[in-house]
Design a binder for this molecule. Sequence first.
Ligand SMILES: Nc1ncnc2c1ncn2[C@@H]1O[C@H](COP(=O)(O)OP(=O)(O)OP(=O)(O)O)[C@@H](O)[C@H]1O
Length: 233
Amino acid sequence: MAFVEFEKVSKIYHTGTVEIPALRDATFQVEKGEICVIVGASGAGKTTLLNILGGMDTLTGGTVKLDGRDISRYDRRQLTEYRRRDVGFVFQFYNLIQNLTALENVEIAAQLCPHPLDAAEVLREVGLGERMKNFPAQLSGGEQQRVAIARALAKNPKLLLCDEPTGALDYVTGKNILKLLQDTCRRTGMTVVIITHNSALTAMADRVISIKSGTIQSVRKNEHVTPVEEIEW
Ligand SMILES: Nc1ncnc2c1ncn2[C@@H]1O[C@H](COP(=O)(O)OP(=O)(O)OP(=O)(O)O)[C@@H](O)[C@H]1O
């Protein structure tokens, strides 16, 4: 049994009388502790897939299991609980609370879950030991994304989901963030799923899933994972 299992997952959005098939029979698996990069063009269905995996959206058909649990049958309350306890999210635009310090942003998320890590310790691990008392506006984009990653990690989640985590960052800063994600995955054994349109990032992944027009095109295990610092794009 794999850690993440998508089995013939479909998602149809309805806007008025128009049906938009965002996912069609999506089937794939991700093993525990892997970095999985899901790559595809704009509109391919990446966010839809990530939202379903993160319990933020429901599916039209199929089955999604995480760690043996069928999350696709969860009701709203169970999904809320799942999002709180089991999933850490990192978004393109950080989504920090502006009037809380870096430390408070991490603490507030940690308070939601039963077995959080120490917020200050996690901030030190992402390289922000000296900036904990700063507000988001006093931090660079890369530092804000580090806070967002610390916030996700402090929940001690089963799964870390990242939606274009470097989309708002310059090249070097983006690379540092990806290195942090790769190092964190290796150090903690956490399963990390990253969605991106940048196919260069597939080199850093243990598993590469390519998606086009809502259909999984290929699922590939990467035999030669490249350290982020050696990837160029
Ligand atoms: N809430 C929604 N209502 C209607 N259609 C939607 C909704 N969300 C997504 N779609 C449609 O579903 C398809 C897949 O969208 P999705 O956002 O998953 O793609 P994506 O690969 O993440 O794209 P991008 O890289 O631009 O974010 C698109 O055709 C999109 O317009």
